[in-house]
Design a protein around this ligand. Structure first.
Ligand SMILES: *Cc1c(COP(=O)(O)O)cnc(C)c1O
Length: 397
């Protein structure tokens, strides 16, 4: 059984704040301070360039990848860290398309995060040769998979509504049609139970600053199924993915296995913070996290629907097809969210009219949910949101 009192004590949570935005940026794991300061002083400070060997910086992307692998049902040696999620999407998609060279269609849905779609558009434009991005409604994905599709590129949990796709069914359908399945786990890893091996996924990618609490700009990860790992050609063929980076050959030869998905020098400082964040997950059962996430989100929905009749649920009602976040819609969602934030209840706004609340069992309990519901009801009942300063949009919403 996971001890959620222990996990909560592992984070710094500002006084008076109910944090319902850990789906966008997780809070600071307290142990990161000491871990990072030791890395700075003892490793970088004292070891200087020797740290690549003596402090294990060079192998860190693989070592940390193995720890992330455990959270997504992936075998050791199938996940590597580095770069941003957008770059990992590019790598996965370009490798998948080359593994299925006779097909030209990439299938995605309009609930996907725009960056994934933008990256696909950019890559397909560079490739030319009749490549096409087909974007359908989330409910249409499964039935739109046919023998023209080279790869599906789907985000499991919708960033706006929390709607969750059936990874196993879509992957199986893709395989029956001769397509490869790429999954983006940005809102899944650390939030829902993912089993890439059981679902027989081909490629997966995700970020670590959301539910894994790795901090702003924490590096992303990529998973390649073992059956593809020695065949997938890395389109971003940087020296760190070379078979022998320090041979300084003039020609690129990919490293065996997942190492080829490395590109350049890894972000050692960010990976060090992420290591401290992953320590919190030791002893945490994903099954317990999922059960408590459902409990918290069901409590929130029931409480809000009773206390705030003017709001419309923007997420699936059935928790089995919902990730770990809940959206409510309101014509003045942005201003309402600013009023909530001013009162210490932090969620976020997603255009055009959604207030998004993330449920993160590692550091949230029933009392937090009840307080958030109370503040939201007060803001709406007294129209506290209707002030000029709450209508002014900041650059990050
Ligand atoms: C958060 C998120 C991203 C962000 O990509 P970055 O390159 O890390 O900025 C991309 N895709 C999805 C599905 C996301 O949820």
């Amino acid at each position: 059984m996971t001890d959620f009192d222990e996990t909560r004590a592992a984070f710094h949570l500002p006084e008076g704040v109910v944090y319902l935005d850990g789906n966008s940026l997780g809070p600071l794991p307290l142990a990161a301070r000491e871990r990072l300061s030791a890395m700075l002083m003892q490793e970088w400070g004292e070891q200087l360039i020797r740290g690549w060997n003596t402090a294990g910086w060079y192998v860190q992307p693989r070592k940390v990848g193995d720890r992330v692998a455990k959270l997504i049902g992936a075998a050791p040696g199938t996940v590597v860290m580095g770069d941003t999620l957008s770059i990992k999407v590019y790598q996965a998609l370009s490798a998948a398309l080359e593994l299925n060279p006779d097909r030209r269609v990439v299938l995605s849905d309009d609930g996907n995060f725009p960056s994934d779609l933008y990256i696909a558009q950019g890559l397909l434009t560079s490739l030319g040769r009749g490549y096409e991005l087909k974007v359908v409604g989330p409910e249409e994905v499964e039935k739109s998979i046919d023998e023209t599709v080279a790869a599906t590129m789907i985000t499991e949990v919708d960033y706006r509504t929390g709607r969750r796709h059936d990874m196993k069914a879509i992957t199986a359908k893709a395989h029956r049609a001769g397509a490869l399945a790429i999954w983006d786990l940005a809102h899944s890893v650390g939030a829902v139970d993912v089993d890439l091996t059981a679902a027989d996924v081909d490629f997966a990618v995700g970020c670590t600053y959301k539910y894994l609490n790795g901090g702003p700009g924490a590096p992303a990860f990529i998973y390649v199924a073992p059956r593809h790992a020695d065949r997938a050609r890395p389109s971003l063929s940087g020296w760190m993915g070379h078979e022998a980076p320090f041979a300084f050959d003039l020609d690129y030869r990919p490293a065996p296995g997942i190492e080829r998905m490395r590109v350049g020098t890894p972000p050692v400082i960010a990976l060090t913070v992420l290591e401290a964040a992953l320590d919190v997950w030791e002893g945490v059962e994903m099954r317990d996290v999922r059960a408590k996430s459902i409990e918290l989100s069901e409590r929130f929905i029931a409480g809000v629907e009773t206390a705030c009749p003017g709001l419309e649920l923007g997420s699936p009602r059935n928790p089995a097809v919902r990730g770990s976040q809940v959206s409510f819609r309101h014509p003045h969602a942005y201003a309402v969210m600013q009023a909530l934030i001013a009162r210490g209840v932090i969620g976020d706004f997603r255009a055009p009219d959604s207030m998004r609340f993330g449920f993160t069992p590692l550091y949230l309990g029933a009392a937090d949910i009840d307080r958030a519901i109370g503040v939201l009801a007060d803001v709406l009942d007294k129209r506290l949101w209707d002030r000029p300063e709450y209508h002014r949009k900041a650059s990050v919403t």
